[in-house]
Design a protein around this ligand. Structure first.
Ligand SMILES: Cc1ncc(COP(=O)(O)O)c(C=O)c1O
Length: 412
């Protein structure tokens, strides 16, 4: 039997300069990593080195500096491919973020493959990034737009699938692997199997999963998978789409212009091979290199250790919140969620909660978390959300609880 060693928090937190800054004598209690994560020096150093010593535009130059830049950029693509266990790095497309990756599929696959009688299935838990593009493309093409409902714990009700299959030809099933608002881990393997039985493609939004647990596109059995660098200790401005090669090859391009062409004449344009067909224009080169460095960093820390660490914090946070009978916690038990805890204090708007917590340097997110259909289902307009990452510590949860007592005293 092997055991995963606990994270060395002192050493890890020293990688993040943000914790050296003090708010009221203490470091920020950053509990908003589901929104975006802090960046370690290793990632920033890699980007700085790239800009100072390896920078030029990619793919075009025959001079050495451009070749080095191309090598670094394409090296980052290999890193993403290996991280996702993709069969080929040519199936990895760099995008601006997870949102753009999903839009790419919705437009480039959806517009040509959906029509009246077809059904697009999403979930009631979905982030708007994996909801709105499908709703829009369904309405553009005349396809039906349906959802898998959730139960009161925020978990998908798979017994609704049978009825969904009767609505028409299910052509797309799009779901998040982990809910950004509740932390629910969705049964994507099961859904992928069902999608394929229906003849549908399976699109997975892994923006909230890939930073926290091992994601294997082959084990999931999906057809497309999206993620963002900035939720994974990497820079903003870059993300990735993995797609099955035969699907990507069959699809029309998404953006058009330089880089994505094979040849252009006044009469016609032919398109480049994968992955370049989907990467029009100068990409976010240094950001892609930083994305690769972030994956290296997270893998060096160890995804299994990160998952265990976040789980322990989630169990602790849920126990501490359960002591407060004026706080309502949403979502499933800690064993079926990641490091995300959403809650509500009756009679107090989440924005006020977050504001008061900020006075003591506790940063949480308050709002609808880009999941308005879910908020409607929960019967709230917003929640307060604390979310953890590899650098989060128990003391920050204690500060959150102390802050909530202050909220209760001032407003409750
Ligand atoms: C589950 C989920 N999907 C998609 C996104 C969109 O990510 P991005 O804003 O990086 O495109 C987010 C961001 O919060 C998310 O949590």
């Amino acid at each position: 039997m092997t055991t995963t060693p606990a994270l060395d928090m002192e050493r890890l937190r020293a990688d993040f300069a943000v914790f050296e800054e003090l708010v009221g004598g203490r470091p920020i209690a950053y509990l908003d990593s589901a929104s975006s994560t802090q960046k370690p020096r290793q990632v920033l150093d890699r980007m700085r080195h790239f800009y100072e010593h390896e920078y030029a535009n990619v793919h075009r130059g025959v001079y050495r500096l451009s070749e080095r830049a191309t090598e670094a950029y394409e090296g980052a693509r290999s890193t993403v491919a290996a991280f996702l266990n993709a069969p080929s790095e040519r199936e990895v497309i760099f995008t601006r973020n997870a949102t753009e990756a999903i839009n790419l599929v919705a437009y480039a696959w959806g517009l040509d493959n959906l029509g009246p009688g077809d059904v697009v299935v999403i979930t009631e838990l979905e982030h708007h990034a994996n909801f709105v593009p499908w709703q829009y493309v369904a309405s553009r093409t005349g396809a039906s737009f349906r959802h898998i409902p959730i139960d009161d714990l925020g978990e998908l009700q798979l017994d609704a699938l049978e009825a969904l299959a009767r609505v028409g030809r299910v052509k797309v099933v799009a779901t998040g692997l982990v809910s950004n608002a509740l932390g629910t881990v969705n049964p994507v393997e099961k859904l992928a199997a069902w999608a394929h039985e229906q003849g549908a493609i399976m699109v997975v939004d892994a923006a909230q999963a890939a930073p926290h647990r091992a994601v294997d596109v082959q084990a999931l059995g999906c057809d497309f998978l999206a993620l963002s660098s900035h939720k994974l200790c990497g820079p903003t401005g870059v993300g990735a789409l993995w797609g099955r090669r035969e699907l990507l090859e069959s699809m029309a391009p998404f953006n058009l212009g330089g880089e994505m062409i094979s040849s252009v004449s006044l009469e016609q344009t032919t398109f480049n091979e994968l992955p370049h067909k989907f990467e029009a224009g100068t990409p976010a080169i240094a950001e892609a290199v930083g994305f690769g460095a972030a994956i290296d960093y997270v893998q060096a820390v160890g995804l299994e250790a990160i998952e265990l660490h976040e789980h322990a914090l989630t169990v602790y946070a849920m126990e501490r919140l359960a002591e407060l009978d004026w706080v309502r916690v949403f979502g499933p038990p800690a064993s079926r969620r990641t490091g995300i805890v959403s809650f509500d204090i009756e009679g107090v708007h989440p924005h006020d909660v977050a504001q008061i917590l900020d006075w003591d340097g506790v940063a949480v997110r308050a709002g609808h978390h880009c999941a308005q259909p879910l908020m409607t289902r929960l019967g709230v307009v917003a929640t307060t959300r604390a979310s953890f990452y590899l650098y989060s510590i128990q003391e920050e949860v204690d500060r959150l609880i102390d802050g909530l007592h202050k909220v209760k005293q001032s407003l409750g």
